[in-house]
Design a protein around this ligand. Sequence first.
Ligand SMILES: Cc1ncc(COP(=O)(O)O)c(C=O)c1O
Length: 409
Amino acid sequence: MSISNFQDIKKDFPIFSRKINGKNIIYLDSAATTQKPNEVINSISDYYKNYNSNIHRGIYSISIEATELYENARNTLAKFINANSSRELVFTRNATEAINLVANTWIPSNLKEGDSIILTEMEHHSNLVPWQIIAKKLKLNLKFIKIQTDGSLILDNLEELFKENAKFLSLTHVSNVLGTINPIKDIISKAHNHGITTLVDAAQSVPHMSVDVQTIDSDFFVFSGHKMLGPSGIGVLHTKKKILENMEPFLYGGDMISNVSLNDAQWNEIPWKFEAGTPNIVGAIGLGKAVDYLNNLGMSNVHKHEQELYSYAVEKFSDLKEFKIFGLENKNSTGCVMSFSYSDFHPHDIASILDGESIAVRAGHHCAQPLMEKLGVPATTRASFYVYNDESDIDKLFDGLQKVRSVLT
Ligand SMILES: Cc1ncc(COP(=O)(O)O)c(C=O)c1O
């Protein structure tokens, strides 16, 4: 499928029929969150119109149907990432909550003072701050895989890093700033050779490329629904069954128990023992529909489409003076994000002038301040692409950037 085959897609997304100041919305901030197709939006209203009830407890028809829709969504998600079983998938609020779940349950039961957690210098704050907190609490050390200027990880000294008391490794599959695809399969296999347990932050990979958790083989694997056409407030933690069965619950309350007396309680089976209280039922159902939509497009087509857009943008923007794309030299990139600097114009000025043209880009540190420091800038402007973007969006961004220069010089 080429760029042109994706061109009709915009009509599936009602937001693109909206105009701001008479201009079509050019949405280039999908790394932050994605727009939603009619299928997802309709599934939400359909649920509230026809099925609304609580799940796992009612013995009346609409509750049984709602439970089925919720659990079917889990099955759809499990197939999408090729999990061994849907019982390995816990619904969370988002990737951040899934990481916090692991940091607050698995880590305290398995690591002790002096042990190390390995991270990389390119992590989103969501895959950094939870480890900082638990490390302080349990007196653990944090160690970092460094990056080089092209945005790739320096992997020569991995064996060295993995030796001393390293017990846990958590790293991103794809950088939300540079789009770099990390060779996680290789890194995880080396970590496992040293008995290190692993987590992959797949918030920026699952939406953009086909992933197979059995091949990747990480012990934990997390992602967010809103970054892949699904509703906000729903995310996934995938964990190998044996690990999940032996983990303590994160939150306590209704639905996560099998039996409760006044002074004690026993836990439900996995994955429900990790889903305390009424979950985001409609969020899960909507996310299942988003996956159906992506499956229809084909994830290899999605990946190809984004790479074509990225190449088109790189070529087009090579005509702009003093325009620098970060991580351009790195060939192993999804093509879904393009972080750039433009002359000495401040990213916030760039973004607000573009907003005047109804072009949405992100300006700032992208929740990755240590990476910004490494790149030697306080902030960048980031355009990120998804299935509904096309060449005309990039042409508009190009025109918008010409306007930025004329306004700021
Ligand atoms: C790489 C990466 N990890 C984690 C997150 C956190 O995602 P959420 O805010 O949906 O929990 C993001 C969000 O931008 C991200 O890009």
